[in-house]
Ligand binder design. Sequence first.
Ligand code: GLA
Length: 385
Amino acid sequence: MTTAAETHRDVFGSAPAGVWSAPGRVNLIGEHTDYNGGLALPIALPQRTVAAASTRDDDLLRVHSVAAGETLEVDLGSVGAGSPEGWGAYVAGVLWALREDGFAVRGMDVTVTSEVPLGAGLSSSAALECAVGAAASDLFDLGLLGSDDARGRLARACVRAENEVAGAATGGMDQSAALLCRTGSALLLDCRDGSTEQVPFDLAAAGLVLLVTDTRASHSLNDGQYEARRRACEAAAEELGVGSLREVAPDGLDAALARLSSDELRRRTRHVVTEIARVRSTVEALRAGDLDEVGRLFTASHASLRDDYEVSCAELDAAVEAAEGAGALGARMTGGGFGGSSIALVPEGSAADAEAAVRAAFGARGWTEPACFTVTASGPAARDT
Ligand code: GLA
């Protein structure tokens, strides 16, 4: 396979100054909680997006995507809401956001390749932003990879790129995962104060694997559905007189629900409050080595996302049911939903059966063949060469 550095030389005529990469993620649990100031628990994937890059001494960004098979040229002065459109927004947006933050960032030549499946709910866009952000940090000496605090700052710039330039109202979990996750750990992310904790996540020691199913059902975070969920949560918080749904304690949930004006807001709120509680319970169960309980929590999370938050779809439900029927301890959709991927916690010896069951369920319905693979908790954005 041709590397990003080789392609860079072919496209731009000289070797890159360096190569950086950032991982995709799966969220173990804590879905649609980040923009509610809640808790999430992602791991970084072994699959990474790679950016070969060099600086320029003007304000032109030239970026070649191997997946798109095209090279874009963007004047950094022209970047803003909705411009550029498409995948270029995730690259140009990061340089724009860093400049907005007062960093002296100039133009770059960038070549991007990715192993993170695109549009599969595995945060290919955050991986792209964070790989480019890591390259810009090192090439312009911004020091944004040196500590967790600095990485948090880079994550926030990447979120601005996504929110303000790409126009996806996402909450920030994905960028934090790509920059702050560590090998062998899940990242407990508190989206109210930005604090993080590493939670050891070693399934092999428990004889288990995490099976990901990319359903190949279409998934988009800027088609209005994601934003509608976010606005509903804001409306519910406003009716309850709190800054975010994080402020609703589990034991105050029933009283809060009774005060809400619609069944829709009640269901959205119930999901968020119970999901935050499930993240806490999952961390406790992981620390106690109780993987059966983690499985039950996965399954409860899926039911809540399907029934109360209404972000699942037939393909995700089928993948979850099939894995559970074939011996998974628990399974759930992961990421924003409306398509994308599911995860299942499966005894190592049942992994082949679980995969076969998922494939059979899709085949029986005449759906596109899903992609199934196991993943382990991997490392964050870094310089490769
Ligand atoms: C997407 C968004 C995240 C988060 C999840 C749902 O991945 O990018 O910010 O809201 O959906 O948990």
